[in-house]
Design a protein around this ligand. Structure first.
Ligand SMILES: Cc1cc2nc3c(=O)[nH]c(=O)nc-3n(C[C@H](O)[C@H](O)[C@H](O)COP(=O)(O)OP(=O)(O)OC[C@H]3O[C@@H](n4cnc5c(N)ncnc54)[C@H](O)[C@@H]3O)c2cc1C
Length: 300
């Protein structure tokens, strides 16, 4: 696999990068860590003759605690998220999720923005961010806009961005004190085959709000607000309602065609991981009420 020749551009502002990419059209590609783009070029899947390095854009860097949440620039690496005291202060499961991505080498250069923009269905961040109600800030034809993670992806390897548009960063709101976030994944191959994230808010052992996101099996992340269905439930009533809802979801979720795993097995994994995420979410939310959201993440 040989990298084809290309011309390298190093803009130093979002505006300059966006204008350059818009002018280059299909002949230009942006990159941050390059872990996806360079591989796709070596495989001949992307044939851009101009590469635009986004690492010199100050607007895309940094993790900042702000009132109501944390701002993460699109050019922030998974390793920086994993090590960030600001992320750990408000949402430790996000740091844990980042620590489980790929391997140390990919995490050191691969960015959250590159992950979301490449839109490989087999990935973790979009699922996690959807469950916690994060918002993505984009630069679209010279204007800053906001979009939900589950709407940013249109399908496999496709986002709402057009040539010349950029992802600026991610706004992650601080979860309510009595909420807990759980991110689970099943990795059969190099990348996750199923990702499930749940945010459950509880009071005195009963659900106040619940959101579930399922990714990696379908063309894009599916987010479901279960607040109406689960509010006020706890104990066995909660478990039995979760069982019914999750069975319905697993049976109807759109799946990608031509996957190595059978549809039955994928639906089984969705059911098991979703049930576990919601059960652990409620148990942990009940025991950790009043503390910042803590982790219930991990490999299935
Ligand atoms: C071996 C391996 C294992 C992996 N395992 C996992 C895993 O377990 N879980 C998981 O979630 N992911 C996994 N990944 C994916 C990894 O997270 C991504 O490769 C990485 O985050 C991409 O970031 P990057 O900065 O290198 O992207 P780049 O390669 O630089 O860019 C990727 C794409 O995004 C576009 N882009 C980048 N930044 C922007 C921006 N700011 N605005 C607009 N477009 C932009 C580029 O044009 C390009 O098309 C794995 C990857 C590898 C190689």
């Amino acid at each position: 696999m040989k990298l084809p020749q290309f011309e390298l551009h190093r803009p130093t502002s979002v505006d300059a990068a966006a204008r350059l990419l818009a002018d280059l059209g299909d002949d230009g590609s942006a990159f941050s860590g390059g872990t996806e783009l360079l591989l796709a070029m070596k495989l001949g899947l992307i044939k851009s003759r101009h590469l635009v390095d986004l690492k010199g854009l100050p607007e895309l860097h940094g993790i900042e605690l702000r009132p109501g949440g944390v701002w993460i620039g699109a050019g922030v690496t998974h390793a920086e998220i994993e090590a960030s005291p600001a992320v750990r202060a408000i949402l430790a499961p996000l740091a844990v999720m980042a620590s489980q991505i790929a391997n140390m080498r990919v995490r050191a250069v691969g960015t959250i923005g590159g992950n979301l923009c490449f839109a490989d269905p087999n990935s973790d961040p979009a699922t996690f961010l959807s469950a916690v109600g994060a918002r993505l800030r984009t630069w679209v034809r010279g204007e800053s806009r906001e979009v939900a993670p589950e709407e940013f992806t249109v399908g496999p390897y496709q986002t709402v961005l057009e040539p010349g548009d950029l992802l600026l960063g991610v706004w992650v709101p601080t979860p309510p004190p009595s909420a807990n976030v759980v991110h689970l994944r099943m990795k059969i191959h190099e990348r996750p085959s199923v990702t499930v994230a749940a945010m459950v808010e509880a009071s005195h052992g009963e659900v106040v709000a619940a959101r579930l996101a399922v990714g990696s099996v379908g063309p894009k992340v599916l987010q479901v607000d279960l607040g109406e269905e689960l509010r006020g439930l706890g104990g066995s009533a909660y478990s039995s309602r979760v069982g019914a809802l999750v069975a319905l979801l697993a049976g109807s979720i759109p799946l990608l065609p031509e996957r190595p795993e059978s549809p039955e097995y994928q639906r089984h994994l969705v059911r098991v991981l979703s049930t576990r995420a919601l059960e652990v979410g409620l148990a942990a939310a009940t025991s950790s009420a009043g503390r910042p959201a803590q982790n219930g993440g991990g490999e299935a």
